[in-house]
Design a protein around this ligand. Structure first.
Ligand SMILES: [Zn+2]
Length: 420
């Protein structure tokens, strides 16, 4: 789903990356304003000839030579829309990643391929479409990555099946396939402040919130996509740490026909992977896991909540393959996303209307479906402020406060001309 868009009203289209599909834009919903940018006049002329009332043309390219942030302020102004109503559309993942690094703008990546390179899964766009026309079905926030949508709403199974997943391979030889339900934003990333999936995963880690029901339904959706999986196992907890997936795996095996394997054991007292860079994580877990003969010939699905470098999965899977496992696949709720300090530049806290506190994403632990809401940061202080906002209202406040069109050209001028 979009992390910075409330309801999509306009598209900023990177025309250079769509050279042969001009007429497809005619199929986009008429209520949406489309701005095409390119310095290639022939491409712009082709679009102009399509003669559409809601088409806007800009003879500029913010990605040419240096990345020009100011161009986007011009684009919002031409469209007469706010930044949380507009998404950037490109078939270049590189340009989407560059934009995401610098500005909180929604992104749509058009790509025919369903699988992503592992190097790219830490910088995922908001939405991946295989065809331009698919943009029509993603206008509201209830579309996008399966686990993210599921974490925000009660959706039925038929709906979940149509949502997108993250599929990738650690290597090219298909030995280390990863299937994930969405993105995970860690607490250093401002996107985590409004992202329910990230907060639910984080709170489950330290047992502050029981999300088993939600997580089990996400894992089952992922499992159903893995052909011929016959066994399920979890990445074993580090020594002395609680076995967080024990209950979840048991619930899964009660719902679908799959064997639980307690095949992996952690035999090395290694420090948390969080303390290491991607390169050092491989040596940190080296030799940490052992397995037994029960894995021979089995098609095993390993379960974890977040994948970052993939080093722990690789180590576990290597051990399983050494003991003649047939196939090992990892399923996770989210892929850890890289963040950049640029995002904090435009991040704002939602202020409390009754005190000097700010609003924090929380979950109502007393209710069975545990809905999210925003509660005042002074709730636990001496003066106990009880001000709350429901989730969608609070989210809207956040979009209004952080909208890039609040900024002046002078604000932006300081950020112009960033070198690649
Ligand atoms: Zn307050």
């Amino acid at each position: 789903m979009f992390v910075s868009i409330s309801y999509l009203k306009g598209l900023i289209i990177d025309l250079d990356t769509f050279k042969y599909e001009h007429s497809k834009w005619l199929n986009i919903h008429k209520g949406m304003k489309l701005l095409f940018f390119s310095t290639n006049q022939i491409l712009l002329n082709n679009i102009e000839q399509l003669d559409q009332r809601n088409f806007y043309l800009a003879n500029s390219n913010p990605f040419q030579f240096v990345f020009n942030i100011g161009s986007f302020l011009d684009f919002f102004s031409i469209l007469n829309l706010r930044s949380h109503e507009v998404a950037f559309v490109s078939s270049s993942l590189e340009r989407i990643q560059l934009l995401q690094k610098h500005l909180p703008i929604g992104t749509i990546y058009i790509s025919k391929s369903q699988s992503l390179n592992y190097n790219d899964v830490g910088k995922l766009p908001d939405i991946i479409c295989q065809r331009i026309e698919e943009i029509n079905i993603i206008r509201n926030r209830k579309n996008g990555y399966l686990a993210e949508v599921a974490a925000e709403s009660t959706v039925n199974k038929a709906r979940l099946e149509k949502l997108q997943l993250v599929k990738t391979e650690l290597d090219n030889d298909h030995c280390f396939t990863i299937l994930s339900g969405g993105r995970y934003f860690n607490t250093k990333d401002p996107r985590s402040s409004t992202h329910q999936l990230s907060k639910r995963i984080l709170k489950s880690k330290d047992n502050q919130l029981n999300n088993s029901h939600l997580f089990v339904s996400i894992y089952i959706e992922l499992l159903n996509l893995i052909k011929e999986a016959d066994s399920i196992a979890r990445i074993p907890p580090r020594k002395g740490k609680p076995d967080r997936f024990y209950k979840i795996i048991n619930s899964i095996s009660k719902t679908i026909d799959i064997r639980i394997l307690n095949c992996l054991k952690c035999v090395k007292d290694y420090p948390s992977q969080k303390l290491f860079s991607s390169i050092d994580r491989t040596s940190n877990v080296k030799g940490a896991f052992v397995t037994d003969g029960s894995v021979k010939g089995r098609n095993i699905v390993l379960l974890d909540d977040i994948v970052s470098s993939g080093a722990t999965f690789r180590e576990c899977a290597t051990e399983l393959y050494k003991n003649n496992a047939e196939k090992v696949t990892l399923i996770t709720l989210g892929v850890n996303q890289f963040h950049s300090s640029w995002r904090f530049k435009y991040h704002k806290k939602i202020l409390c209307k009754e005190c000097d506190g700010h609003m924090v994403l929380r979950f109502n632990s007393k209710k069975t479906n545990k809905p999210a809401f925003f509660g005042c940061s002074n709730y636990y202080s001496k003066n106990k402020c009880k001000f709350t906002l429901n989730y969608s209202y609070g989210l809207n406040e956040y979009f209004q406060a952080t909208d890039l069109t609040n900024l002046t050209n002078e604000d932006f001028a300081r950020d112009l001309d960033i070198s690649f």
